[in-house]
Design a protein around this ligand. Structure first.
Ligand SMILES: *Cc1c(COP(=O)(O)O)cnc(C)c1O
Length: 355
């Protein structure tokens, strides 16, 4: 794919058209192949994986390895890069399952809030960043942190789930590896778990691919095809979701506490986010007075469902404290979907009693 095309063209033409063949890649379900070609056995390679890996690798700017979920990608990365006694630095306000996984590894874990301040990277083997962080939507300066971490001999990984491959390219800022849960906006239809790692170095990608084949944590061909199909409309969906988030930000400004959306000029993370992100998305957060106020909001809304994910077609809201995130009881992570802006704003407005 020609890298000079825009995002929409790149995702629509993620798989080159071949005369006489169907559009896009088809799911190949084989577990065993007649020997003689490049595929031998389903746990080590699959043509549908290759199609999606080529597309995501091109967007991220590195070599991609796909996984059956975001956590399969993250856990494979951590197990591949870290040995007993190594030190990992990771966000105290990032995805909570990553923290839980590392708490069960035989390593030293240093937790740092995404917005900093960051301690010295001396003695750290891997720095995992998450920007914007989930759920707080704080942002960190990836290029500056990657420079400092590399100077101390550490590797740098960035969880790019919230931003998406179209919204941010951490490898261009010096990160060694990008992690993504494609269960969210990349697949985008709330019907598949998926994840990927993209490494700047082919050697690192090869060890991750090897780890996938050895552990057997492999994505199914059908799920891979669903993720690839979702990717084709990522540009369109992000455009509508960001438009909806901007409209909701305007509606909620001055009327709810703790309103955050890095796309808004008034957001404390906006300047930094605008420097390193290529576009914004549909995820915002705000606080209502209590858990009951969030329940009431969800009960009154006709378009917003309670759901613990984000980036899908449907607008959804998640009260993060119920899952153990260290956040206020009434903090809502809101995922603006692809509904008409007018309908969504009217619905949220009536559900919060703003009209
Ligand atoms: C959801 C999520 C994950 C985990 O992804 P799964 O596909 O659910 O395993 C990792 N990181 C972030 C930031 C996420 O939002």
């Amino acid at each position: 794919m020609n890298n000079s095309y825009g995002d929409g063209t790149r995702v629509v033409h993620a798989v080159d058209a071949v005369p006489g063949e169907p559009f896009g890649a088809q799911p190949v379900f084989a577990s065993v192949y007649h020997l003689g070609g490049q595929d031998t056995y389903g746990r080590t390679s699959n043509p549908t994986w290759r199609a999606l890996e080529a597309a995501l690798g091109s967007l991220d700017g590195g070599e991609c390895v796909v996984f059956p979920s975001g956590m399969a990608a993250i856990s494979t990365m951590l197990r591949t890069l870290l040995s007993t006694g190594d030190t990992l630095m990771l966000p105290s306000d990032g995805y909570y399952v990553s923290r839980r996984f590392t708490s069960e590894m035989d390593i030293n874990v240093v937790q740092v809030p995404t917005a900093g301040p960051y301690p010295s990277f001396e003695g750290v083997r891997l720095v995992l960043l998450e920007s914007p962080s989930n759920p707080g939507l704080d942002v960190c300066d990836i290029a500056t942190l990657a420079d400092a971490a590399h100077a101390a001999g550490a590797l740098v990984a960035v969880d790019n789930t919230t931003a998406t491959p179209l919204g941010q390219r951490p490898l261009e800022f010096g990160a060694d590896i990008v992690v993504s849960s494609d269960t969210k906006a990349v697949a985008g239809h709330s019907d598949v778990q998926f994840g990927h790692l993209t490494a700047a170095s082919p050697d690192l990608a090869a060890s991750l691919r090897d780890a996938r084949a050895l552990s057997g944590a492999i994505p199914g061909p059908f799920e891979t095809w669903l993720a690839l199909r979702g990717l084709g409309t990522l540009d369109l969906r992000l455009e509508r979701q960001a438009k909806n988030a901007a409209a909701l930000y305007e509606l909620l400004s001055g009327r709810v506490a703790g309103l955050r959306w890095p796309g808004a000029a008034a957001d404390p993370a906006h300047l930094l986010a605008a420097q390193q992100m290529r576009r914004f998305n549909g995820v915002l957060t705000f606080e209502l007075e209590s858990a009951e106020a969030v329940e009431a909001f969800l009960r009154k809304s006709r378009l917003v469902s309670a759901a613990t994910s984000f980036g899908g077609l449907h607008s959804s809201a998640d009260r993060r404290a119920q899952w153990g995130d260290p956040v206020p009881e009434g903090l809502v992570r809101f995922s603006a979907g692809c509904e008409d802006t007018r309908d969504l704003v009217a619905d949220v407005s009536q559900a919060l009693g703003l009209v």
